[in-house]
Design a protein around this ligand. Structure first.
Ligand code: F0G
Length: 421
C-alpha cells in the first residue's frame, strides 16, 4: 500500500498544474471534467510547472521509495493523496534478454514486463491515477470502451474504490481472460455490435450526456499514470534512456504517455537523452504505421480492422496526433507486422526468455525482429520492448497455435512410445 507520508506534501496551484490542448494551447483547470478542447476540439494533456516539480523532488525522498507508479508522486496530478486507489501497480521487471538478443543479433535487448501489473497489463498504471481522479471529482460511475484490458483494469480499480463501472466491448471480439476479469470484478459488461471504434464513440457520447466519468486514454489523467513506465525504465537503466523504445500501438495513448515521461525526465535534468520511439501495428489495423511510412501528418482511419492481436484491433485511434508527434519528434519510426509474425514472436519470447505475453504485446518483438533484419538497428543499441499484457489473457490463441498435449495410457510403455525411447 502506498504510504502518503512518504510523499512530499503537495498542493497544486492553478498555474502549476493544468490541462492543456495539444494543438492550440488553451488551458483548463485540473478539476474541470473535459476530454476535448472547447476551442478547437483537439485532445488534451496535463502540464505542470516543472520548476515547481523540480523543487518538490529535491525536497523529497523519491529516490528511496520502491519502484512503483507512486514513486513519482510529485509528477502525478493528484490533489488529494488520501484518496489514492492502489493495487500496487508498476515496479515491473526490466529483463535483459540474452537468448532472444542473440537470436536477433542485438547485444542490449530488454523487455519491460508489464504483464506483472495487478490485472496483468500496463493499464493499471493509468487506472490508479484515473480512478483516484474520479474520486477527487466526486464521480459515482466510471465508463470505458475497450478491447479488453482497459475494461479489466477499470473494473478492478472501480471495485477497489467502490464506484460503479460500465464497460463497452466489441461483441465476440475480446480475449476470454479479459472478459472473465471484467465479469468477476463486477462491472456492467455491455457487448456492442460493432468494432472497438464504434464502442468508443458510444461512450464518448455517453460521457457528454450522462453523469459518467470517462476513463479511456482520451482522459489526460490516465496517461499520466502510464508515463511512469518510462520513468521506471530510466531508473532501471541507472538513470539512462534506451536508444530505442519499441511499443505496440492501438488507441495510441501508451506510446504518447511514454514519450511525455521521457521528455519530463529530461526537462528535469534527471536524464540527459531521449530515445527514438518506435510504434508497431498489426497489418490488419495499421493507421498510424501507414501514416509514418508515408511521412504524413494525419492518419487515415482503417475500416473493419482485423488482427489476431485483438487488443490493438483499432482502426481510428483517438490519440493518433500525440502518437505521430512522439514518433516524429523523437526521430523514431513505425513498423507493420503480420499475424503470423506476431504469433512467431509470441512463441520466440516465451521459448527463449520464459516471458508469456498476449499477441498484441508480441507485436513489439515481431517489429524488433523485422527492423533488425532490415538493418535498421545497430547491434549495440540499447533496445527496450514493452510487453504490455500477460499471455494468460488470451488462452484461446495458445490452444490454436501451439502443439496439442499428447494423450496416453498411464503406463511407462505408452510414455516411452510417444517419447520414441
Ligand atoms: N497492448 C495491449 C495488451 C493493449 O491492451 C493495448 C490497448 C495496447 C497494447 C495498445 O495501447 O491503445 O495505448 O496504443 N488496449 C486498449 C484496451 C485499447 O481497450 O484494452 P494503446
Amino acid at each position: 500500500m502506498f504510504q502518503s507520508q512518504r510523499m512530499a506534501q503537495r498542493s497544486w496551484g492553478q498555474d502549476e498544474l493544468h490541462i492543456q490542448c495539444i494543438e492550440c494551447g488553451a488551458k483548463y483547470p485540473p478539476d474541470e471534467v473535459i476530454y476535448n478542447c472547447k476551442k478547437c476540439g483537439n485532445i488534451l494533456e496535463v502540464q505542470y510547472d516543472l520548476k515547481e516539480v523540480s523543487e518538490k523532488l529535491k525536497a523529497s525522498d523519491w529516490k528511496e521509495r520502491p519502484l512503483s507508479v507512486w514513486r513519482y508522486g510529485e509528477l502525478l496530478p493528484i490533489l488529494d493523496e488520501s484518496k489514492i486507489v492502489t493495487l500496487n501497480e508498476g515496479g515491473t521487471s526490466l529483463y535483459k534478454c540474452e537468448r532472444l538478443g542473440a537470436e536477433l543479433g542485438m547485444k542490449n535487448l530488454y523487455v519491460k514486463n508489464e504483464g506483472e501489473n495487478p490485472t496483468g497489463s500496463f493499464k493499471d498504471r493509468g487506472m490508479t491515477v484515473g480512478v483516484t481522479k474520479a474520486l477527487e471529482l466526486k464521480a459515482k460511475t466510471v465508463i470505458c470502451a475497450s478491447t479488453g484490458n482497459t475494461a479489466s483494469s477499470l473494473a478492478a480499480y472501480a471495485a477497489k474504490a467502490g464506484l460503479k463501472c460500465i464497460v463497452l466491448i466489441p461483441a465476440g471480439k475480446i480475449a476470454l481472460g479479459k472478459l472473465a476479469q471484467s465479469m468477476m470484478y463486477g462491472a456492467k459488461v455491455i457487448a456492442v455490435k460493432g468494432s472497438f471504434d464504434d464502442a468508443l464513440s458510444t461512450v464518448m457520447e455517453a460521457s457528454a450526456q450522462l453523469k459518467v466519468y470517462l476513463l479511456n486514454s482520451i482522459n489526460p489523467f490516465r496517461l499520466e499514470g502510464q508515463k511512469t513506465a518510462a520513468f521506471e525504465i530510466c531508473d532501471q537503466l541507472g538513470l539512462n534512456v534506451p536508444d530505442k523504445m519499441i511499443l505496440p500501438v492501438g488507441n495510441a495513448g501508451n506510446i504518447s504517455a511514454y514519450w511525455k515521461g521521457f521528455k519530463e525526465f529530461r526537462s528535469l535534468g534527471i536524464v540527459s537523452n531521449l530515445p527514438n520511439m518506435i510504434g508497431i501495428q498489426a497489418a490488419g489495423s495499421p493507421p498510424i504505421a501507414r501514416a509514418v511510412k508515408k511521412k504524413l501528418k494525419r492518419i487515415e482511419p482503417v475500416k473493419n480492422p482485423e488482427t489476431v492481436a485483438t487488443a490493438i484491433r483499432i482502426g481510428n485511434p483517438i490519440s493518433w496526433k500525440k502518437a505521430l508527434n512522439a514518433i516524429y519528434e523523437s526521430r523514431g519510426t513505425a513498423e507493420i507486422v503480420s499475424d503470423e509474425e506476431i504469433i512467431n514472436a509470441q512463441k520466440l519470447l516465451a521459448r527463449k526468455e520464459g516471458i508469456f505475453v498476449e499477441p498484441a504485446s508480441a507485436s513489439s518483438i515481431a517489429g524488433l525482429k523485422k527492423l533488425a533484419e532490415a538493418g535498421q538497428l545497430d547491434k549495440n543499441d540499447v533496445v527496450v520492448c514493452v510487453a504490455t499484457g500477460h499471455g494468460l489473457k488470451d488462452p484461446d490463441i495458445v490452444v490454436e497455435v501451439c502443439e496439442k498435449p499428447i494423450e496416453i495410457e498411464a503406463n511407462l510403455d505408452s510414455l516411452n512410445k510417444v517419447l520414441g525411447i
